[in-house]
Structure formats: C-alpha cells, structure tokens
Design a protein around this ligand. Structure first.
Ligand code: FEO
Length: 394
C-alpha cells in the first residue's frame, strides 16, 4: 500500500497484512495492518515500525517521501513485535545512532528483544519533544497492551498516536472511519473483546485522566486498522461502554459435542431461554472460533457452557475456550454448566469450578445426562433454560 498523507506533512507509511488469519490465537479473517507514521517538520520523526517481514515495504514507503537517513527520531510506542519487529532493519537504514524514543519499560523490553546496542532514549510520562513547529508529548499507558505501551500526542495538530488502543484487525484501502463507516465497528469490538477486555478498569481510568487533562483529539491513529478522523469520540465512547462491562439481556450456550447428546441439551437450554423472550445464541466450539465467541461474551449476561466428558475430563475445545476466556477476565456474568457423559461424568463439575474461578455467579449446580437425553432429560434442559432466563431478567 502506498503511503497516505493523513494531515499536512504527516503520513501513514505502514503496511497491510492481507493474508494473516491467526494473530496469536485470534482469528483475523480480514487481515490486519501495521500502521507507522512519518511526521515531517524541522526534525523528522517516525512513530512505530511494522512486523519484521514487512520491513522492506515500510522502508520503501518512507523512501517514496524522504531519504530514510533524514529521519531524526524513531518513537516506539510499544515493544510487541508487530510494531517493533522492523526496528533493527529500520535503525540500520536510518542510522543506529539516531535516538530511539520509548517508555522506561519500553527500554527494558526492547533491550530484551534486540541484542544490538541502539540509542535508546527512555522518556518520562508527559515529557515533550519539539520537532520545530510541532511537539510530541509522550503519555505512559501501561498494560494497553503491554507494560511498555505509551501514546504519542501531537499537540498542535491534536492527533493521538494510540498504538494498539482503538485499533481493529482490518486490512483495507479505506484508511479512515468516514470512508468505511459503521462497517468497522464489529472489527473494533472484536479487537477490544479479545485484546483489551482484561484492561477495562485501566481504560476507564485513562479516559478519566485524558478528560481531566483536557486533551482534545482531532484524529486518533491506532497502529492497526483505520484512523478515526471524522468522529474520534465515537470509538472513545464505545471503549467506555465496553469497559463498563454492563451486559445486555443476552445468553450464550457455548458447547462442544461428541455424538450430539450435549448438542441436544444445548438446543433445549437455548429454547428455554428464548421462550422467556431473552436473546440467546448457541455456539458450537468447532464451528465458531474462540475469538468470535469471545466477542459475543463481551455483552452477554449468561455464559452457559456444555461439554461431554472425555477421558475423565473436558472436551479439548471446551478446555481451550475456558482457558482463553479466563485470561480475558470478563466481569458481571452469570453461568451454569451442562453436558452428557457415559460412565464417569466429570465435565459439569470441572466447568462449574472454572466458572467459579472466573467469579461468575453460578445460578445452577449444573446438569448432566448419561449417554443420550430422553424426553425427561430434554424437559429438564428446557427448564434450566427458563431458570437462566429468569436469572438474567430479575
Ligand atoms: Fe499490536 Fe500489542 O501489538
């Protein structure tokens, strides 16, 4: 992709990764982009780089605007290799003596990734750097998404370079929110649910701090996906809403099945929930990717999980999903377990333990059926669904 001038003298020189379909366990059906920003002033700064495989493309993009050797500063907002993997090649190209600006944790973390000596300049929270007519302000944003993360704010233009925050895994030629419109919001939601959900309390604090400091944003430039220029407030407000984790009246019945018995139970539970007028979605874990299920978890109140017992344990996809969800720390959920079994029947107990560890309010001790559900068993599942719907609506 050619560089895009996003404001006078400021270019997105990043790249689209059209073909990536798995981003450390997150399904990226629309690819992603690694955005990097070149600011031309009396001094020239590059904010972030790209994944190492795309280094040459980044350097070619920069070279189409200026000789890379003219870059005076490189800013690393975040150590993770999708944004810093290109640093060694870029620094080699522009000169390894050029200051590499990062947070204090960025200095530690980048040093752990790269053996070569680079001219690190660790900045304090709120420190400024003049480029001539423009000023960069560095704002620590620990844990959004790593301990080293920071934002860079371009004061005069009111542009925020927000690293991972406010991003979306989306590759496209539409570089701005006003071009793509609302179609970008499901991507932003999935990104939040799978990358930032566990940091919700920090996001709410960050928005409070930004409001207190009176920072205005004409444009928010994340390192993935489209740039928010028409309505940066839209994504900030969405982040506030998602971070509050106030679930809607919605239930998910998340399950896997060996010989359809657990599936029959899932269907009957979902029917019982629906009968009470509550939105419900059954999600088979070999038909839905864990990251798409997690996106649905974001605004669901009830997370009902079912698994057959396999070798005295859980079906592997169910273990996988529970581990994944636990790490993302969803709040304010109710839950219950169900499943079929042949002879030992541990799955319901194991799921219930897992839901309790996640601090879900477990609204039923769980329900298991041996081998195949009969009419009585199906009716019991249906009643369990109604009980869950009542717990959601009360
Ligand atoms: Fe896009 Fe945390 O890296």
């Amino acid at each position: 992709m050619k560089p895009v001038e996003i404001a006078k003298g400021i270019f997105d020189v990043g790249v689209n990764d059209w073909n990536i379909r798995d981003f450390h366990g997150y399904s990226t059906q629309s690819g992603t982009s690694y955005n990097a920003f070149l600011i031309i002033d009396e001094k020239i700064a590059l904010i972030d780089t790209v994944k190492s495989d795309f280094s040459d493309q980044l350097i070619a993009n920069i070279s189409s605007i200026i000789d890379p050797k003219k870059i005076d500063y490189v800013v690393s907002n975040h150590t993770e290799m999708d944004h810093s993997g290109g640093l060694p090649r870029v620094m080699h190209k522009i000169g390894e003596d050029k200051p590499l600006i990062c947070s204090k944790m960025g200095f530690k973390n980048l040093s752990r990734h790269f053996p070569q000596k680079l001219n690190y300049r660790a900045v304090e929270n709120g420190e400024e750097l003049s480029l001539g007519s423009r000023t960069l302000t560095f704002l620590e944003t620990r844990m959004l998404h790593w301990p080293d993360s920071m934002f860079t704010y371009l004061k005069e233009d009111k542009i925020l370079f927000s690293s991972d925050a406010f991003g979306q895994h989306y590759a496209g030629f539409e570089k701005f929110d006003d071009i793509i419109g609302n179609a970008i919001m499901p991507h932003a939601k999935k990104y939040f649910a799978n990358i930032l959900l566990l940091y919700s309390p920090l996001i709410l604090k960050l928005v409070e701090t930004v409001t207190r400091l009176g920072l205005e944003f004409k444009m928010i430039c994340p390192d993935h996906g489209v740039i928010w220029r028409k309505d940066p407030g839209k994504i900030i407000n969405a982040y506030v809403e998602w971070s509050k984790q106030e679930p809607g009246k919605k239930a998910l019945v998340i399950y896997d099945t060996m010989w359809h018995s657990t599936e029959i139970m899932a269907d009957a539970i979902a029917s019982g929930i629906s009968e009470k007028g509550v939105e419900v979605k059954p999600m088979h874990l070999r038909k839905w990717h864990r990251s798409d299920v997690m996106t649905e978890v974001l605004d669901a109140k009830a997370i009902i999980v079912g698994s057959p017992t396999l070798n005295n344990g859980l079906f592997p996809t169910v273990s996988d999903f529970l581990t994944y969800m636990k790490g993302l720390k969803p709040l304010n959920k109710i839950g219950a377990a169900f499943g079929s079994y042949g002879w030992s029947g541990e799955s319901v107990k194991l799921i219930t333990q897992s839901l309790e560890e996640m601090k879900f309010d477990v609204v039923d001790p769980g329900f298991k059926i041996q081998y195949v559900p009969d009419k009585e068993g199906i009716d019991a599942c249906y009643r369990l669904g109604k009980k869950i719907a009542d717990a959601i609506t009360r």
